[in-house]
Design a protein around this ligand. Structure first.
Ligand SMILES: N[C@@H](CCC(=O)N[C@@H](CS)C(=O)NCC(=O)O)C(=O)O
Length: 248
């Protein structure tokens, strides 16, 4: 099978979610590890919202991690990403939506963006006031909700499912934001996250993301080779960084 292409690097929780799912389902993949702001006109054509990940294989071009995950699960049903039964499947979808939307807003846009993207991409200062406000006003609400649904053991819908992956990917970005947040008030959630992050396919991609975001861009090709991740022959990175619809 020709490897599928994932456009977007492992620093993005949404791109990493798709890489983990491909590993989980043993779907061969290669990537063009761009950040969305680097995308050229061809990237805009493939991803009209200028977001990563984009997933391309012999049958589809998709630019949303939820649509990609559902496609991968239908095309490669084993091992399943969704639990059996309508109620459990609905719960998995709802938690994925909560993770993509509310956790994305708080963990990525209010925290990772102000701590890492602003200095790293836009050469602006790290915004400590915005980070402190998000830690005070938003993060506890998200964590309280997760604590109310966190399982006492195992995974939230029984076996590992889309919900666990979609929630857990955000915690690496929170660590990479290097805030002084104390997560001990939410022990059930953190024990659940530790179980998800220990799944080998998950751990492999968290490690790749950690190494990629701490490696200079000139050295990243060598890093991907060392980690056994195939890259596309050409890249959709353009000559300058451009803001997308959600960028601030
Ligand atoms: N709902 C989308 C969200 C993807 C997303 O927001 N990706 C971020 C990177 S972590 C992005 O590309 N942002 C660029 C922008 O919004 O301008 C998904 O699940 O794929």
């Amino acid at each position: 099978m020709q490897p599928a292409t994932i456009i977007g690097g492992p620093g993005s929780p949404y791109a990493r979610k798709i890489m983990i799912i491909c590993e989980f389902k043993q779907v061969p993949w290669r990537c063009d590890p761009i950040v969305p702001f680097q995308g050229n006109d061809e990237f805009t054509r493939l991803s009209p919202l200028r977001r990563i990940p984009v997933f391309i294989d012999d049958q589809v071009t998709l630019a949303d991690s939820t649509a990609i995950a559902e496609y991968l699960d239908e095309r490669y049903p084993d091992p399943p990403l969704f639990p059996p039964g309508p109620a459990a499947r609905a719960k998995a979808r709802w938690l994925e939506e909560f993770a993509d939307t509310r956790m994305g807003d708080v963990f990525i846009w209010k925290l990772f963006n102000n701590a890492v993207i602003k200095p790293g991409v836009w050469k602006l200062p790290r915004d400590e006031d915005a980070i402190a406000a998000a830690l005070r006003n938003d993060l506890p609400e998200v964590m309280n909700y997760l604590e109310s649904v966190a399982p006492d053991d195992g995974f939230v819908c029984g076996t590992l499912a889309i919900a666990d992956i979609a929630v857990a990917v955000h915690f690496a970005n929170l660590r990479w934001a290097r805030t002084a947040v104390d997560l001990t008030p939410w022990p059930k959630t953190m024990a659940w996250m530790a179980r998800v992050e220990a799944v080998p396919e998950f751990a492999k991609l968290t490690n790749l993301g950690t190494r990629a975001i701490t490696t200079r861009s000139a050295d990243r090709r060598a890093l991907y080779a060392e980690m056994g991740v195939a890259l596309t022959e050409t890249t959709l990175a353009g000559p300058e960084f451009r803001k997308g619809p959600m960028s601030v």
